[in-house]
Design a protein around this ligand. Sequence first.
Ligand code: ADP
Ligand code: MG
Length: 186
Amino acid sequence: MKKDLRKKILKVRDQMTCNEVTLISKKIIRNIQRELKLDDYQVIGMYMPIGNEVDLRPLITSLIENNKTVVIPKVLSKEKMEFYPIESVNDIHEGKFKVLEPNCNKKMPKNEIDIMFIPGIGFSKQGYRLGFGAGYYDRYLVGYINQKVGVCFAFQLLSDFQTDRFDIPMDKVITENPLHQYHGED
Ligand code: ADP
Ligand code: MG
């Protein structure tokens, strides 16, 4: 069951220290930079970490310094999420449920986002994502035609789990372990 699996993985992730999260996240950022030519993309979808999610904020800062447009999601309703540009990792405010939201309200059209980094509670080796259970990314990714990159710690890479017809697989999953990289095209 997805529900039990979420609980099990979150229990482990919640035990990580801040230091571990920061250090391993930096390794993951190095792997992202090695695996993907981010220079080739202009508009990049990111996220603000919740709890002990992989922290890509140092990468966000460096992308913005390199004149990339970084967009992050904001939940608009029970079913809908959209992405908005930020000018720095601090260009955010606390929204409902303490989730950090972008300040800007000019939404980025979905397919103008060239590549999107997506956090998860787990990913299967086929790139299927286990999220918090609300299906926001599943709904958002319908009709999204560009690169989808899952990001997680190595222990969150799962052997096959139950997937549903609406689950949309990632094109790649990146962890701190360079051997773990999943490539959809392989
Ligand atoms: P998560 O992806 O967050 O792990 P699930 O895959 O379990 O969560 O999906 C949560 C709920 O979202 C599902 O029960 C489903 O009803 C809904 N959902 C997912 N994708 C869609 C979609 N494309 N259209 C409508 N509802 C969807
Ligand atoms: Mg899903």
